[in-house]
Design a binder for this molecule. Structure first.
Ligand code: FES
Length: 126
């Protein structure tokens, strides 16, 4: 992968308050010349972001566009085989990829805006 193709500049994700508690929003990062779909969740008072790729099979988690939570709104759900992930850590607590973690995207808050950045080791895991 060509490191020059990765956009390491902070990428605007959302304004604080734009993503209601228990909801999510998709965004895209440029990694190695590819567009990588990610999502941010607002849960438990914080914002957390992950690559939209299950750790069982490399499929998007959401069948219904931008619907990442299970019916109870407690866990991030992979719609393909029903795996459940902790919203705050991305750790799988039930389902085929049990014990694995979603690929986390670091976030930073600047004023009332949330930004994501491609971490240095990111290309190695995608
Ligand atoms: S693809 Fe996500 S649990 Fe199988």
């Amino acid at each position: 992968m060509d490191e020059r193709d990765t956009d390491s500049r902070p990428r605007f994700v959302a304004r604080i308050g734009e993503v209601p508690a228990g909801k999510s929003k998709k965004f895209v990062l440029s990694v190695g010349g590819r567009e990588v779909e990610c999502f941010v969740v607002h849960w438990g008072g914080g914002h957390y972001a992950y690559v939209n790729k299950c750790r069982h099979i490399a499929m998007s988690l959401d069948w219904v566009e931008n619907r990442f939570f299970d019916e109870d709104g407690r866990y991030v759900l992979c719609a393909t085989h029903g795996a459940l992930f902790e919203p705050t850590s991305g750790e799988c607590v039930a389902g085929p990829p049990f014990g694995k973690r979603l690929i986390a995207v670091p976030l930073e808050v600047r004023g009332d805006e949330i930004y994501a950045r491609v971490p240095q080791a990111f290309e190695d895991v995608l």
